[in-house]
Design a protein around this ligand. Sequence first.
Ligand code: ADP
Ligand code: ZN
Length: 433
Amino acid sequence: MIWNESVECMSREEMRKVQSIRLKRVVERVYHNCEPYRKRMQEAGVTPDDIQSIDDIVKLPFTSKKDLRDYYPFGLLSAPMSEIVRVHASSGTTGKPIVVGYTRADLAMWAEAGARCLTAYGLGKNDVVQVSYGYGLFTGGLGAHAAVENIGGTVIPMSSGNTEKQIMLMKDLGAKALAATPSYALYLAEALANSGIPRDEFQLKVGIFGAEPWTEAMRKDLEAKLGIKAYDIYGLTEISGPGVGFECECQNGTHLNEDLFYPEIINPETGEPVEPGKEGELVFTTLTKEGMPLIRFRTRDLTKLIYEKCSCGRTLVRMGRILGRSDDMLIIRGVNVFPSQVEAVLCEQEEFEPHFFITVDRVNNTDTFEIQVEVKEAYYSDEISKMLNLQKKLAHKIQSVVGIQPAIKLVEPRSIERSQGKAKRVLDKRKFQ
Ligand code: ADP
Ligand code: ZN
């Protein structure tokens, strides 16, 4: 099923026309209503007249996360406060969060984007969706919530936490879909198994997972543990929230709502566009936002774009899986390591749970790389030799994937803290030295 066929299946040519018209409009808007944008464009020697088609986008300067911090809280608004009806904020690891303002039309646009996602997952007005993303400043909860209401489904506004109640309501209210971070879904899967309630008392069939990177291996794991089909949903606060992109039934890349959010891939070092199909940093321009439109916002997410038509019939561009944000990448003894690589290895090994915690430090001028890993109940043993064998095997496996050998510390089942939102899986002590 397709929510908005005329847009989602539009010819590439038609799409470019729509994008061109909208780009001109949004550039006019920021130029005339947002001082920092006007200044930036003047410094770059561009005026709105220089933007005649979507190809002219490369003339425009980038916007970075730092800009959002520098103009905290409302410096990048392009609408008067009287038109702003909602704010959200992204957590931000240190200091002030990033604050985003939405007009009524922005919220409607976001709900449209979300409706396209849910429809692609096969959900409709007869379905109950449990939203277990956190509600509040985080965009996950309210974003998914609006999407369910827009398709006319029934939303259970659970938010995260209170795991027992999550399981009870999921069963009693007949939730067909669960929207959560993959790490919280993993936690709920454990809770569901431990509840002892037979699986056939649940109606659950669909997982709506995103807000953090997750791997194909994790998808298989979650699908097996929950007995569902798990779909990707992608989004970020600065651009709106969940619903910027979604997987269709083909699960061959994440479609981007490119009539609303124009994607580019650039070389993160030079800022130049990469060749089509090549990996790089994802950049978005919001084409219709009023409250806080962003021009060429650098997401720091690393991926590639696929322009071929998808077998689902949608022409919307797809992006490949996100390996991680460039900020998540650890450089350990000169080697680039993404936590998602560790996740993928753990999901493929029978003996371990995909619960892990990476600690990086520097001792005697050498980086140390330790991974705490939970061993499955059935494989956990008091026999040292057995544990040592497991340890060796895993260290070797991880080395073959990431390129350097970690020190593996095996821990008991359920001893690593479970995440109810976005998982925190890394402590880089070098940052504090
Ligand atoms: P914060 O910056 O505080 O984490 P956001 O919710 O805005 O807050 O985070 C958005 C980021 O989350 C994205 O830029 C991306 O790195 C990650 N993300 C969101 N959805 C996905 C997804 N489906 N797959 C991989 N990463 C995702
Ligand atoms: Zn598709």
